[in-house]
Structures are given as structure tokens and as C-alpha cells.
Design a protein around this ligand. Structure first.
Ligand SMILES: Nc1nc2c(c(=O)[nH]1)N[C@H]1C(S)=C(S)[C@@H](COP(=O)(O)O)O[C@H]1N2
Ligand SMILES: [Mo]
Length: 395
């Protein structure tokens, strides 16, 4: 065992580029061993892995291929041994459970759903144009639509027997996030009412072991993650280790403190704000790319639109403008309308010598449209203002 450790260290030393990596780090090793997992993405950081999808790739298909799906991680991919892996279910349940992946797969019925996942920080750089914010400076590519399969969380909780005073379900990852000098798991919780929600055509939460028909890639939470349709990505915990049924939201940093909309950032404001759950209505232009040179006349633009995160919400229309929002052209929706899923769209716009930008905005079936500007907040979450792409017009 010791020998094995040393040889990995030597291997790492030998393979470190320019001597940058001098001490053995098991957390780095996990990432370095898979140098290509982010190859198709625009990388912000490698360890932890934070990388977004190139926008032109995103609109090529309603389902986002795994290798093009954004990765948002707060720590390195944990090394998990499937032989000893157990999903723990505890808290306000009659019978706590400890299940191997195989036991989960054999004792519960598999199901599949298609849902869009997006990071609450998607489009964060827009906030920074108003006033600088920290965090990964996501552009518009921290979003994707996938077929998730696995086991309905409600079935597992029923098996454990939920006690009457249960109100929230906590999820703890097996990763190790450094926060204010200590190491914590990434965690989330959702109201138990979401787990058993019947308003959509799919379960409120899934214990997911397959993404687009393949075992979950390591970056996306192998061997098991939660998928919570309609909620910000942060509620879909990767490398899931423990589920706790409780009468309150989790005290984990990522619910108790992060993922809230605050402006001043006083202790009082942090304490008063509720954790974010559902994502908002949004739309983005994916092609042409910023500063592309375009000939005057008709040009095709394409993108996606995301209905807000409740089951029945639909995109009613997507509109584009080439004259700063004075006039709007209705886009053609080119993909299925499905609960918790984005729609792809294309539009023909007339580019003139005066055009310097194209804009998009979406309206949902409640008649609500995106605001011109998103509301700034300290952590740069939920940017939902009109998306604009600057163009260079060739005359
Ligand atoms: N254990 C764990 N789960 C996690 C995270 C994390 O860092 N650790 N990041 C969350 C955030 S903020 C998002 S947006 C989604 C991203 O999922 P993806 O990387 O599969 O796209 O995972 C969520 N689940
Ligand atoms: Mo996120």
C-alpha cells in the first residue's frame, strides 16, 4: 500500500509540467489522471473543475452531450471506491438505510427524465459589468439539457419511512470543500414537498446514476447525484453520500449562507434572505458569436430560452431585436416544449449599417418577460436581463 502511494508520487513528480506540482496531493491526482475530461469546454479552473459549454455547440442539439456539458465543482473529484460506497439515509425516518449502488439499482425501479440544469451563477459576468462580483466569471454556457436516469428519491424515502414532522431533505456530497479554514462537504437541501411534488410529469427529485445513457462521468458526480428539475444546479448534489430527512433546511454553507440574493451583504441581510431554489426565466443568443463580422441583410441567429423552474411553465415567445429594443422580431421555436426543459430557437434579423448589437428576450406563458437588466447582487446569481451580442457589420 505504502509502495503504491510512493510510486504515484513519483509518477506525479515525473509528469508535473515545469515542476509546478511538487508535493503529492491525492486531490490533484484525481484530476490529473483525466486530463481530457474538459477538452470540449471553455475552462475557467481545472482543480476544482469549472468549465462551460461553447455556445455554438449548445444549440446544435436539444440534448447536450456529456462531453459538452458544463462542469461546476467546488472541490476536486473525490476518489470513491464502489465496493465500499454506501448511500446513507437517516434523520427523521423510521428505518435508516445504508445502500450500495447495486442495492439501489436492484431494489428500486429505474426511471428517466429530461431536464435542463443551470448554475445559479450562469451569466455572472453581466453582474460584474454593473459592479464587480467574485466567483467563477461564467458567461452564458453554464447550462445544459440532459436525459437523467436513476431512482425516484421519493421511493427511497418511502422505503425508509418518513416521519410526520419531516419538512426538508438534506444532501451531502463526498467531496471536500475548503471553506473558511475548514473542510466541509458540498451540501444542499430541498423542501420534502418538492420530493413528492405531483405538479409535473416527472418526479420532483431523482437519485441519478446515468447521464444521457452513460454512467455519470466523474466530473458530474459518479456514482450517484441528485437531480432536482427546476432548481438551480447547486441543489443537485454530485458524489452523493448522505441523505438526511429533517424538520429544517440544512445548515450546510451552500444553503445557510451561499446561494442567496443580497445587495449590501450585512449579517442581517444574509440571515433574512431565503435560499434560492427555482431558477428564473432566461434566454441567450448562441450564434453568431460576439464581434462576429456580419454582412448587411438577413442573418440567422440562434439560441436557447429557459422557462422558469416550475413544472408547467412554458416559453410563450422569444423575440430578437437589431435596433436596441425599439422593434422586435418573433423567433421560431425549434425544439419540443417539455417540463423543466429549455427550448432552442432561431430567428432571421435584418442587419443594417446601424446595427451594432442583437438582443434577445423571452416571455413565459404567464405573460412575464425578462427585464432589460438583471438585478445586481453580491454573489452574482440569477442574471436574467436581456442578452446582447455585439456585431461588426460589413457594408
Ligand atoms: N458535491 C457537489 N455537488 C455539486 C457541486 C459541488 O461542487 N459539489 N456543485 C453544484 C453546482 S453549483 C452546480 S451548478 C451543479 C453542476 O453540475 P455539473 O457539474 O454536473 O454540471 O452541481 C452542483 N452539485
Ligand atoms: Mo452552480
Amino acid at each position: 500500500m505504502q509502495q503504491h502511494f510512493v510510486s504515484r508520487r513519483n509518477f506525479l513528480k515525473a509528469s508535473a509540467v515545469g515542476g509546478a506540482l511538487t508535493t503529492f496531493s491525492p486531490r490533484l491526482f484525481a484530476q490529473e489522471a483525466r486530463p481530457d475530461s474538459l477538452a470540449g469546454l471553455t475552462v475557467h479552473t481545472r482543480v476544482p473543475a469549472n468549465a462551460e459549454s461553447p455556445l455554438p455547440e449548445l444549440v446544435k442539439s436539444w440534448i447536450t452531450p456529456n462531453e459538452l456539458f458544463y462542469v461546476r465543482s467546488h472541490a476536486a473529484v473525490p476518489q470513491i471506491d464502489l465496493k465500499s460506497y454506501r448511500l446513507i439515509v437517516e434523520g427523521l425516518v423510521e428505518t435508516p438505510l445504508s445502500l450500495s449502488l447495486e442495492e439501489l439499482q436492484q431494489n428500486f425501479q429505474a426511471t428517466e427524465l429530461t431536464a435542463t440544469m443551470t448554475c445559479a451563477g450562469n451569466r455572472r459576468y453581466e453582474h460584474s459589468r454593473i459592479q464587480p462580483v467574485g466567483g467563477v466569471p461564467w458567461q452564458e454556457g453554464a447550462i445544459g439539457n440532459a436525459k437523467w436516469s436513476g431512482i425516484i428519491l421519493g421511493h427511497v424515502l418511502r422505503k425508509a419511512g418518513v416521519k410526520e414532522n419531516a419538512k426538508h431533505v438534506w444532501f451531502d456530497g463526498l467531496d471536500a470543500v475548503e471553506k473558511n479554514g475548514s473542510i466541509i462537504p458540498f451540501g444542499a437541501s430541498i423542501p420534502i414537498a418538492k420530493v413528492f411534488d405531483k405538479s409535473g410529469n416527472m418526479p420532483g427529485a431523482l437519485l441519478c446514476d446515468k447521464m444521457n445513457g452513460q454512467p455519470l462521468p466523474p466530473d458530474h458526480g459518479w456514482p450517484l447525484r441528485t437531480v432536482v428539475p427546476g432548481y438551480i444546479g447547486a441543489r443537485s448534489v454530485k458524489w452523493l453520500g448522505k441523505i438526511t430527512v429533517s424538520d429544517r433546511p440544512t445548515p450546510n454553507h451552500f444553503v445557510a449562507t451561499a446561494y442567496k440574493l443580497v445587495q449590501q451583504g450585512t449579517d442581517l441581510e444574509w440571515a433574512e434572505q431565503a435560499p434560492l431554489y427555482r431558477y428564473p426565466l432566461n434566454s441567450v443568443i448562441c450564434t453568431p458569436s460576439p464581434n462576429a463580422s456580419i454582412k448587411t441583410g438577413l442573418t440567422t441567429i440562434a439560441g436557447f430560452a429557459l422557462p422558469p423552474g416550475n413544472a408547467s411553465a412554458r416559453i410563450q415567445k422569444v423575440e430578437v431585436s437589431s435596433d436596441n429594443g425599439k422593434s422586435w422580431t418573433t423567433a421560431k421555436l425549434s425544439s419540443p416544449a417539455s417540463d423543466y426543459c429549455w427550448m432552442l430557437w432561431t430567428a432571421e434579423i435584418n442587419v443594417t449599417g446601424k446595427t451594432d448589437e442583437v438582443l434577445v428576450k423571452a416571455t413565459d406563458d404567464q405573460g412575464k418577460s425578462q427585464p432589460r437588466k438583471g438585478e445586481w447582487n453580491q454573489k452574482g446569481y440569477m442574471y436574467d436581463g436581456w442578452h446582447g451580442v455585439p456585431l461588426r457589420v460589413e457594408s
